[in-house]
Design a protein around this ligand. Sequence first.
Ligand code: SF4
Length: 258
Amino acid sequence: MATGSSIEWTDTTWNPVAGCTMVSPGCTNCYAMRMAARLEAMGLDKYQGLTRRSGGRAVWTGKLALSDALLQQPLSWKSSRRVFVNSMSDLFQEGVPESYVRKVWDVMQATPQHQYQILTKRPERMTSVLSKGAMPVLPNVWLGTSVEDYWTASRIGVLKKTPAAVRFLSLEPLLGPVGRLHLGGIDWVIVGGESGPSARPIEASWVDSIHRQCVSQGVAFFFKQWGGTNKKKSGRIYKDKTWDEYPKPRPSLTIAAD
Ligand code: SF4
């Protein structure tokens, strides 16, 4: 089943892996965790046992579901699309064996008509796995890391060490100012506030600072949403317009120098 996505910066989600563990405050209100509990309640096999109830809400159990059948899904998509890999998980968590990441790579290599967007909160493991050379740098694979505040901005430096055709940051949920950004080697920045029932508020001054730095350093800027408990109402207008910039693939596939 092809999965059209409501996520503004992609066309489709592809979830060969489901399940995760929390790593930082940005995970506290994880949408995937809530959604996995809902899908389990609907009786979907893949999601059985991935979450449990704790303090009145769903939390990950640490169990992962790795599907070989779903691995094949993009092979059936003929027309080009942007594909967000593992919106319901994190491909580079410790529980996903390198042999399985290799299978994901094989599918992405076999389907150059698509652009794959892989986002992780574990850039250390991503770098470690990809630096071994068993998986090639693919021109249609974009690698990104999530940053939620100043304290998690160190992930950016780790991402820069990872060979990739396109590197991107998802500053969502933005929970605080991120400070000074060194965006050499970064091609794309997505910014968004947290949404959902317990959403923590974003401040316009944090967005202003990021936007200024993207403009001055020539990096594509995508403003996803203000978020909040009613994200439709708060919308995604920033400075009187929508910001839907996308990265241009770099001509040479290099590791950032800084
Ligand atoms: S890493 Fe992503 S999928 Fe995993 S718990 Fe955190 S927010 Fe959720």
